[in-house]
Design a protein around this ligand. Structure first.
Ligand code: PEP
Ligand code: MG
Length: 932
């Protein structure tokens, strides 16, 4: 929201200029119309804000000496003034349009509206950034009952002229007389549909297959019929005056800026209303005058693969809309673009070799000039090639990476530009399998949730973790569908292809775990009504039963019915990706670590380029079947001795885990956090479990049950957790410190380099840290003496409470390092429960109260300001204090950039986000360099 407001202010500037120009006596009259044609243009490509993307590029092509049909651009400023002045144009506009039109007429040697030799024009919109589908083009403006005979005489092609006329009738009535006029027809009753229906009826009656089968006489009848339908449907005659058509077209473009489609597109893309659109008026050239004509669209490189081959489609004897609208199947532009399906179709290269050569040279020039892949439109009129448009072409992420790397190698762009051209999110697609776009387009949509784990997955619905595991063991692909997950579901989550939950936000258990494994996951999908007992889920009027197939697009948060095709992920086989990442590592200054709790995750992360572990959550190690028993025994113990006995059972497990992790991360630092979550997360949930435990511990059931109940907390997230556990039960942290140091000492004896960093969670007061540090240090000293080996270790803290930020200078006197726990910090700064926010945060985002979920991207003004304060205060006390982040934000590109800016040493994130963080860190370094 704030961003949009900022942009709005900036974009208001041109309007002010115009006003000043108008009121100042000495100033020249404001220029509202920019001419282009015959080697001369008033504008250039840098003038996108004023001329729109299309207008600026048309001017630039003319400046480059490329053949473009002459025309003029009415500026975006006119659009802004039009709305400001109650839909009136500035008074100078008419004369300026007339003057520009006269120039066009001179070049073309024809006059607009001339009953002897008429000039026809097109009217198109063109905003600063392309807005697909905002307004269709109106072609063939200037055809009237008076000019038609002249054009027939001139072209000697009556069929062509009537075909052009029926297209004008269709486009004009649709775009100008219906859409721009704000007419909202009922479903199936839009004027375009009615006219298409009439044309289809005629084709059917005559037994024609294609539009081109219509004869002159058919078209004449059809045009009369069209006019009658227009009059009847819209209550107005189709205008038979060229000037009326022209100004109708111009007005429609401006009207369309505030049309429903355009407004909603702008809301999504965060484009301010004040930008306005330009209008391009251009003389017509025709690709449908006969077999010596044609039209096409092309890309200077393949937009799907990125391969450096000229790629495009064309049709002989056709107008632009025939190629893009799918009315006729277009042909490949060259031999290289032919596939098995299109092998037999004539390419432009084969049909018109000379013109193809000219087109090929032009596209090469355009790409070189713009230093990026171009999307171009061209028309051939009676053997002459005209360029109609060039713009930076859209491409898929794989193609974007390949193009950036190859363009750097071809010296079109620098390494830095190559990095800045790729958005970190685009790498995601390479790291996970994804739903095939073709399949997704046709898929049946079921529901939408929060995109917690990117990538695509398809599988059969199961409702319990045990079922997930059992089905997977039988070789079935399953998707685990739950209201929410808990640590007890991890085996099923692991076995499943993907996880879908009805509740929870982006830092919910399901989201954290799935991201850690790089698993596709959608959470907070509130449309799901799950009935675990009947093993079915109701969603948007449908019922899915256990075993039914669904497909998730975890990158977009979309759930679909059925089994959709997936595209595999294999970054290691992608040489361009590998090269790009090498360059990124060369420029970044921020280190990237991972959040990992097992040797397996640590190895995956290391292979993704992690330079250490920034967070090992030790509590995740207590959920194995044997471990949880010992853990529960420890929690439900009444005395220190009992507790120590239970802890002694846990010690060997922890030690073994740490040995595995240290080994996997040999030579890199490993931050291990001591126990953090509220104890009741581990306690038995059923009487059966409690009974078993009572027997094992030799304690009466009632006593154990009472103790269990006594652990209940009203607000566990702010309750007995974090270092508060270490304060009340120091023996827990003692055991953990012992396990860490024994593991480290054993490996040190094997000459393996270990670098443990022991981290105390949820510190709010320096004295908490002081006490915990004493425990860790005395245990560590003891172990080192026992093992007779020295292991360098440090003791630091998480900064995840506002008080820790505010007193960071006091804490720095005791801490060797800081790691921001931005999950809890966001929760506590905002006073937002991280477990429950998923229910209402989406409404905040929808209503524009928040631009983004603060659990996804750091709230820079609030949470970020406290982080900055903590960094400054901490480094005032210890200049070189090592500071990192291990909250979920550590893998989110914007947050990574923020961390770079405030001077953190590293970010830590889930293994599968490591490459994205590395890349985001490189972009942050480059962008900050640019700013300086
Ligand atoms: C945090 O709070 O940001 C953090 C990393 O710890 P956890 O998510 O385990 O509370
Ligand atoms: Mg935390």
């Amino acid at each position: 929201m704030a961003k949009a407001v900022k942009k709005t202010k900036k974009s208001a500037k041109p309007v002010k200029t115009a006003k000043t120009a108008k009121t100042a006596k000495t100033a020249k009259a404001a220029k509202y119309v920019y001419f282009f044609g015959d080697g001369k243009a008033d504008g250039k490509s840098e003038m996108k804000n004023l001329l729109g993307g299309k207008g600026a590029n048309l001017a630039e092509m003319v400046n480059l000496g490329i053949t473009v049909p002459p025309g003029f651009t009415i500026t975006t400023e006119v659009c802004t003034l039009y709305y400001k002045n109650n839909k009136r144009y500035p008074k100078e506009l008419k004369a300026q349009v007339e003057a520009a039109m006269a120039k066009v007429e001179k070049i073309m040697g024809k006059k607009f509206g001339d009953p002897n030799d008429p000039l026809l024009i097109s009217v198109r919109s063109g905003a600063r950034s392309s807005m697909p589908g905002m307004m269709e083009t109106v072609l063939n403006i200037g055809l009237t009952t008076k000019t038609i005979p002249a054009l027939i005489k001139k072209t000697n092609n009556e069929r062509f002229v009537y075909d052009a006329y029926r297209r004008l009738l269709m486009m004009y009535s649709d775009v100008v007389m219906e859409k721009a006029a704000g007419v909202e027809p009922k479903e199936g009753e839009a004027i375009r549909q009615k006219l298409e229906h009439a044309m289809d009826a005629m084709k059917k009656q005559k037994g024609y297959k294609s539009d081109t089968d219509l004869t002159v006489d058919d078209l004449k009848i059809l045009c009369d019929e069209f006019k009658a339908i227009i009059k009847h449907t819209l209550g107005k005659e189709f205008p038979d005056e060229p000037q009326e058509q022209l100004w109708g077209g111009i007005g429609a473009v401006f009207q369309s800026w505030m049309g429903r489609r355009a407004v909603s597109y702008r809301r999504i893309e965060k484009i301010p209303d004040e930008w306005g659109t330009a209008v391009n008026v251009q003389s017509m050239v025709f690709g449908n005058t006969g077999e010596n004509s044609g039209t096409g669209v092309a890309f200077t490189r393949n937009p799907a693969t990125g391969e450096d081959v000229f790629y495009g489609e064309w049709l002989p004897n056709a107008q632009g809309e025939d190629v893009v609208a799918g009315i006729r199947t277009p042909y490949p532009v060259n031999r290289a673009g032919k596939t098995a399906d299109t092998q037999h179709l004539p390419s432009l290269e084969e049909s018109m070799p000379q013109l193809y050569k000219q087109l090929f040279t032009t596209q090469k020039r355009l790409e070189k000039h713009y230093r990026d892949m171009q999307d171009i439109e061209f028309t051939i009129e009676d053997g002459r090639l005209w360029m109609l448009q060039t713009r930076v072409g859209k491409r898929n992420p794989q193609a974007a990476i390949r193009m950036a790397v190859e363009m750097m190698k071809q010296k079109l762009i620098s390494k830095e530009e190559a990095i800045l051209r790729i958005k970190p999110d685009q790498l995601d697609i390479l790291l996970h399998p994804s739903v095939a776009p073709v399949a997704e387009k046709k898929a049946i949509f079921l529901a939408r949730g929060l995109p917690a784990g990117p990538g695509g997955a398809t599988g059969r619905v199961v409702f319990t973790a045990d079922d997930a595991e059992a089905w997977a063991k039988k070789g079935e692909k399953v998707i685990l569908v739950r209201n929410e997950t808990s640590p007890e579901d991890v085996h099923g989550m692991h076995a499943a292809e993907a996880i879908l939950t009805a509740r929870g936000g982006m830092t919910s258990h399901a989201a954290l775990v799935a991201r850690g494994w790089g698993k596709c996951c959608i959470v907070g999908c509130s449309e799901l009504v799950i009935d675990v007992h009947r093993k079915e889920v109701h969603v948007n009027g449908k019922t899915l039963k256990e075993g039914d197939w669904i497909t998730l697009n975890g990158t977009a948060g979309m759930v679909y019915e059925g089994q959709l095709d997936l595209l595999p992920a294999d970054p290691d086989k992608n040489p361009w990706y590998k090269e790009l990442m090498k360059w990124a590592d060369m420029v970044r200054t921020l280190k990237v670590r991972t959040n990992a709790d097992t040797p397996g995750d640590a190895t995956v992360a290391k292979n993704f380029g992690a330079e250490g572990i920034g967070l090992c959550r030790t509590e995740h190690m207590f959920f194995g079947p044997d471990r949880i028993k010992a853990m529960r025994e420890m929690i439900l113990s009444d005395t220190v001795d009992e507790r120590k006995r239970a802890l002694a059972k846990l010690l060997p497990y922890q030690k073994k885990d740490f040995i595995g992790i240290f080994r996997a991360m040999a030579g890199f630092p490993v931050t291990i956090r001591l126990l953090d979550p509220p104890l009741h997360e581990f306690v038995p949930h059923t009487d059966k479990e409690l009974e078993e435990l009572a027997q094992e511990m030799g304690v009466p059931f009632d006593k154990l049950s009472a103790k269990n109940k006594s652990l209940h907390e009203f607000n566990p997230m702010l309750g007995h957790r974090g270092c508060r556990l270490g304060i009340t039960y120091p023996e827990i942290y003692e055991m953990q410190a012992q396990a860490i140091m024994e593991a480290a000492c054993e490996l040190a004896k094997e000459k393996i380099k270990v670098m443990p960093e022991i981290m105390i969670p949820l510190v709010g007061h320096v004295n908490e840290l002081q006490k915990m540090r004493e425990i860790v240090v005395s245990t560590a000293n003891k172990i080192q003496q026992e093992y007779k080996v020295k292991v360098p270790y440090t003791v630091g803290t998480m900064i995840e409470l506002p008080r820790a930020c505010v007193t960071a200078d006091e804490i720095a006197q005791i801490a060797d390092f800081y790691s921001f726990g931005t999950n809890d910090l966001t929760q506590t700064v905002y006073g937002l429960s991280r477990d429950d926010a998923g229910r209402f945060l989406p409404v905040y985002i929808e209503n524009g109260i928040l631009e983004e979920d603060p659990f996804i991207s750091i709230d820079q003004n609030g949470v970020g300001a406290l982080m900055q304060m903590a960094v400054e205060k901490g480094r005032k006390v210890k200049k070189d204090l090592k500071i990192g982040i291990c909250g979920e934000h550590g893998g989110e590109p914007k947050s990574v950039e923020f961390c770079h800016k405030v001077g953190l040493n590293y970010v830590s994130c889930s293994p599968y986000r490591v490459p994205i963080a590395r890349f985001a860190a490189a972009r942050a370094a480059l962008r900050n360099r640019q700013k300086k």
